[in-house]
Design a protein around this ligand. Sequence first.
Ligand SMILES: Cc1ncc(COP(=O)(O)O)c(C=O)c1O
Length: 397
Amino acid sequence: MQDATNLIKFPEYHNKINGKTVKTVNPPVYNGSTVLFENYEDFYLAHSGKYNGITYGTDRLPTQRAFEEALKKFEGGYLTRAFQSGISAITNTLLAFTKSGDHILMCENVYRPTVLFCNKILSKYNIKISFVPPDVGEDIIKYLRPDTKLIFLESPGSNTFEIQDIPAITAIAREKQIITVLDNTWATPLFLRPFELGIDVSIQSVTKYISGHSDVLLGAVTVNKRTAKIFEEFYKIMGIIASPNDCYLALRGLKTLVVRLKQHEKSALKIAKWLKTVDLIKTVIHPALLDHPQHHIWQRDFKGSSGLFSFIFKKNYSKKEMASFINSLDLFGIGYSWGGYKSLITAGRYKRSGGSQYSDKTIIRLSIGLENAVDIMEDLEKGFNALKAWGRNNFHK
Ligand SMILES: Cc1ncc(COP(=O)(O)O)c(C=O)c1O
């Protein structure tokens, strides 16, 4: 059965009113702290840790569990837990699998707050971090140390979209008992199956494509069998809990993910190819384009591409010039996050080592939404014309 069917083919949800069954397609939202026991015997079992039902709200009520179960099946993992945001899923994963004295390898193009957590928080607990090139593959071996405990990847990485050779890295890590973690938010399990490539822990910012409507902050971590025990215990002891309302919305988002993501993919590719023909633009960075530096790896490992990519202008524009372009767009919101139905734009510079072609360049990132692709291109064209007009009008100033 295909993903689109599997994601929809979940059980119906039942209740009884006046002896008649009430079946709804979607689950009820359970909000609650206290969970009432049937009787003292069950309470006694719970008190002695032998009860297999839900004992309290932090045990995750049926709504959180329904979302986790659906995502676990989609990921093909062993256990999934929901977090209150994607960054919370990331920071807690890093904490769960490391201890004082351990060393982490992290590719340098990861989401910036992931780096900040390592540099500012993990360092306080004597956990050491080294950053590796964003297109790392089997050369990861050069960076391994006897105390390396975990490798953290994000592929393609934030803003500059370099791709790592995941199977080459996981083969080496597995041999050395190193845990591999992938932030798979860009592709989602629809376009990349981390466990089939040897990854131990797969992270989603559910905020993005899975929720899809920019109205939810949620994260999720799915682990394989080998890492499940440590992770499950950590989650429980830390008292982590995601909101049932957000899990409900994320579960709803999952049902329509396939159609949405395929539309994001189609429009983004069309727009990326068109941007390559625009005279002001030097480079379009999109893994599905033939000239992307790791296109061959994308083609080998991924089943599709999503709606987020970047481009670089030929000229290094001033803040005022950039404003003339970005402020003239009508369809693009200026704002963080991505994966929702509305197109968004950001621009920034990112540190990349080793003489990267992207260092010191302003990277313009587009999250292509579900608007009509031709309308989006016309909007961008209007922005480029505004930029050219600004140049003409300010030529002598
Ligand atoms: C690649 C990636 N991972 C994780 C996150 C964090 O997700 P959240 O916004 O749900 O905390 C983001 C947010 O932009 C992201 O781009």
